[in-house]
Design a protein around this ligand. Structure first.
Ligand SMILES: Cc1cc2nc3c(=O)[nH]c(=O)nc-3n(C[C@H](O)[C@H](O)[C@H](O)COP(=O)(O)O)c2cc1C
Length: 217
């Protein structure tokens, strides 16, 4: 099938877009408002967009406290969402007013950040402490008028729980990160599902010679 996104004439029960770009990492964004009230919410329109310099992006549909606070105060923190914290992450997405501290309603603990003022989620094994860089917006959707605000941040400080550093490497699989798929579906990375692939090898003619799956003769 094909469909036109301006018309959304896919004929399916729900808009399939989010089920098509998947799994999306979940940035668990904490901010402070101008009065110092903490805010915490998950964003799956989120990613690391560069490593040197390290930058992340998250995108809010409509008026969201997270992007407004990041803009107003110039700082945000992104904690890693994991299998062990799935219910807490989900609870923090509750649509509550800006005066509500979602750390409390989602039953997670605040840990002081080192480089920025917003706290990180103490129970999460990773936190990226960010300085706000800029906001850009999507075009307005013709039919609905909806718009997203994309916030770009520079990661200035990184927290990693030492228990997940093994042999000089970060054991990401052991953290069991969770990711968003379409509808209400999620994916989880388990250690046994992590696989490694070397860089492509080229012969003198520029043909890729490997690595390919080893097939026994
Ligand atoms: C797993 C998950 C991912 C989400 N991703 C996004 C997202 O990328 N953009 C968005 O606008 N809302 C997203 N939401 C909904 C927000 O978390 C929710 O609207 C939240 O209340 C926003 O909080 P805020 O107004 O404090 O920023 C997501 C919710 C869940 C559970």
């Amino acid at each position: 099938m094909y469909y036109d996104t301006a018309k959304n004439n896919h004929g399916l029960k729900h808009n399939p877009m989010k089920a098509l770009v998947t799994p999306r990492p979940i940035g668990w964004i904490s901010t402070l408002d101008k009065n110092g009230v903490a805010n915490l919410a998950p964003f799956s329109f989120f990613n690391l967009v560069s490593d040197i310099p390290p930058c992340v992006m998250f995108s809010g549909g409509g008026p969201k406290d997270s992007w407004k606070n990041a803009q107003d105060t110039g700082e945000f923190v992104c904690s890693l969402s994991t299998w062990d914290l799935r219910y807490e992450m989900n609870a923090s997405s509750a649509e509550v007013g800006p005066e509500v501290d979602e750390f409390a309603i989602s039953r997670v603990t605040k840990a002081e950040s080192r480089f920025v003022k917003p706290p990180r989620v103490a129970e999460s094994p990773v936190a990226l402490e960010c300085k706000y860089v800029s906001t850009t917006t999507t075009p307005r959707h013709e039919k609905t008028g909806k718009i997203h605000h994309l916030v770009l941040g520079l990661v200035v400080g990184v927290y990693i729980d030492d228990r997940f550093i093994k042999g000089g490497l970060v054991d990401t699989g052991a953290m069991k990160p969770i990711a968003r798929m379409g509808y209400r579906d999620y994916a989880v990375v388990l250690p046994e599902n992590v696989f490694t692939l070397g860089l492509p090898e080229l012969d003198a003619r520029g043909n890729v010679t490997g690595p390919w799956e080893k097939v026994d003769a």
